[in-house]
Design a protein around this ligand. Sequence first.
Ligand SMILES: [Zn+2]
Length: 297
Amino acid sequence: MKLSKMIPLLLLFMQTAFAGQLQVVATYGYIGDIVQRVGKDRVEVVLLARGDYNPHIIIPKPSYIAKLRRADLLVINGGQLEIGWLPQIIKQANNATVQPGERGFLDLSMHVHLIDVPTSVSRELGDVHPEGNPHFFLDPDNIPIIAKAITERLSELDPDNQSFYEANNKELYALWQQKMKEWEEKLKPLQGEKVVEYHKIFDYFLNRFGFTIAGTIEPLPGIPPTTRHIAEVEQLIKREGVKYILQDVYNPQDASTYLSKQLNVKLIIMPHDVGSVKEADNVFSVFDEIVRRLTNG
Ligand SMILES: [Zn+2]
């Protein structure tokens, strides 16, 4: 066969050989977006959780099990955020590749520093943050760390494309550093402001940009407030001169609305993940939207 006839055949073979994308299952939208940015057309990503749901309580659908059964890689937040719903899906999917401890299982919480890790072994009943605060995604300094962990794992599973993943990660890192400067600049005037939040979900963000968390409407993470606790928070807001009440999109808003109206303190509904509000459709726009809502008057 002449060389000119062989080339198209060779190309056809190469296309076929490279057509198999890595099948990645991500628990939350932010993870899926970062995997997609690093893996681009080399990965096919499916998400398990909807962004506007409580990340602690996802109702498993049977289709999740089928998705996980075919996966090459499962990437989770970890830190017990998925403890209430993911273990049974992993069990039912019965996919040896993505079991904890395998290369096809990546727990992002192992790569970052968790805050509020309890020093004593006694756990207060019902606290959904028993091993520390799992909402580390909302510290934007953690994004490059998460992206690096994902880059390394994709490279390990698909070494032929290592330089491709690394280049994409480098590109993401450069864009992220630019945005960090912009967010820091915009939030500078709010440094030191006191806030109250409903659930301890924005702590990483608030710490990073120098806000003071005066208190929470939930007495403990995951425990709804009693009338008595709301009255205490009311006193605290008055006493401390709290500027904002911050509320996620999924918890009941009655207490926050009551306190906001009663005390004339601004209530801000904040996105916590990709897909939590329509403006926050990727990791960049989640932070853009948080910053926009905080700085809008
Ligand atoms: Zn939480």
